[in-house]
Design a protein around this ligand. Structure first.
Ligand code: PLP
Length: 400
């Protein structure tokens, strides 16, 4: 996944270009910048590649999710349904807007369980936020229809699945708004950065103004601009955008490497008894950022991840026990460890979370192993890894 593995002259030249003009800010300074607009150019490239009307670059993927909520009017008293398997940014972004995260089960797609989503809808629900974890998507057709029936927003967190598609459409472009992260370990990186994409012109205007203190960006005198509503600073710098611009031009090269490496690994594991792959919703094509599979039970998954480690197979994750991506490790959220007072509605929501049953998700996450697909691996190395992984699984399964 990480695009930084393949940094080269293209990235260096774009950054040098910004340093030469001396304008590190994305707005204004028309005279000085000699026609160099890295953030703008990257937005245009994203709009073109994903066939979407508007792209708003921001300072991070987490900022992108917060901004998507703000731009579509989600705030205090509103509930946002999100999965229990996701990066912590999901609930951070919801809390930042004063809304309440409603955390629900996932299924064997490793994304939102549709029945759990339906059961979680209340009169306060404002949005559903599927997170396309580890390169593959939620059942977007089912979610779209739930959103339509209940007048809810659909906000896609596609931070880990850039380049994946669903029924021929790019992930991130299917909901009312979509978010990508360009942080240091994502398929395309700016170092730090993110983007919100939408076809809704009103939301696009909100994003443009909100991410820059509410500036309306009319005219060429920043000091004289109007502020139609309150905003914040979620701007990306030109230096970060320059890296992203060079990286984004290489997205197809990166995606084809991910696919090639994924297929070698998958083909090696496919014939093994006791290995089952995640369900990809009908019509979905993964971004191939990760290879995800299930073993028979928790004990086997623990033994396999240990065998991988002992045999030099890195970048594979058993999220049940390690990392921050599963509800079991969100003690700080359940204990409401906030530096500042939380609203009564958020407190009530988090109290419910403390005792909520996630055994259905435990069943899937407990048996799941997710292996990151690197871009810099040579074909020989991927083949060697595939063989070692298959050997480890065979050995563990025959001894349990
Ligand atoms: C990386 C990531 C984010 C946040 O992105 P940052 O740019 O690191 O803030 C949000 N959601 C998911 C699923 C991610 O993987």
């Amino acid at each position: 996944m990480p695009g930084f593995e393949l940094f080269g002259d293209a990235e260096r030249n774009e950054v040098q270009d910004v340093l030469n003009s001396g304008v590190l800010m994305r707005y204004g300074f028309e005279g000085l910048r000699q026609g160099h607009w890295k953030a703008k150019d990257l937005e245009t490239a994203i709009e073109k590649r994903f066939q979407i009307k508007h792209a708003q670059l921001v300072s991070s993927g987490t900022a992108a999710v917060s901004m998507a909520l703000a731009a579509s009017g989600v705030g205090a008293g509103d509930e946002v349904i999100m999965p229990c398997f996701t990066f912590v940014a999901s609930f951070e972004a919801i809390l930042m807007m004063g809304a309440t995260p409603v955390v629900v089960d996932i299924d064997d797609s490793l994304t939102l369980d549709i029945e759990a989503v339906k059961a979680a809808i209340t009169p306060k629900t404002k949005a559903i936020m599927p997170v396309h974890m580890c390169g593959s998507m939620a059942n977007l057709e089912a979610l779209k229809s739930i959103c339509k029936d209940n007048a809810l927003l659909l906000i896609e967190d596609a931070c880990q699945a850039i380049g994946g598609t669903y029924k021929g459409q790019a992930l991130g472009t299917i909901g009312d708004l979509g978010c990508f992260s360009f942080d240091f370990v994502k398929t395309v990186t700016c170092g730090e950065g993110g983007v919100v994409i939408t076809n809704n012109t009103k939301y696009a205007q909100h994003l443009d103004h909100y991410s820059d203190h509410g500036h309306d960006h009319i005219g060429q005198d920043r000091g004289a601009e109007a502020h139609p509503f309150l905003g914040y600073n979620f701007r990306i710098s030109e230096l970060n955008a320059a890296v992203g611009l060079a990286q984004f031009r290489r997205i197809d090269e990166f995606l084809s490497l991910q696919k090639k490496h994924y297929e070698i690994l998958r083909n090696a594991l496919e014939p093994l008894d006791g290995v089952r792959f995640r369900t990809v919703p009908k019509g979905g094509v993964e971004s191939y950022a990760f290879l995800n599979f299930f073993l028979e039970d928790l004990e086997t998954a623990r033994a396999v991840i240990k065998a991988f480690g002992d045999n030099g197979i890195d970048v594979c994750f058993h999220y049940f026990d390690n990392n921050w991506h599963y509800i079991r490790k969100w003690g700080h959220l359940k204990a409401k460890k906030s530096l500042y007072p939380l609203s009564p509605s958020i407190q009530a929501g988090l109290k419910l979370l403390k005792t909520k049953d996630f055994s259905k998700s435990d069943h899937f996450i407990g048996r799941n192993i997710s292996c990151l697909i690197k871009l810099s691996w040579s074909e020989a190395l991927v083949k060697q890894r595939a063989k070692t992984m298959a050997d480890c699984i065979r050995k563990v399964c025959s001894s349990i």
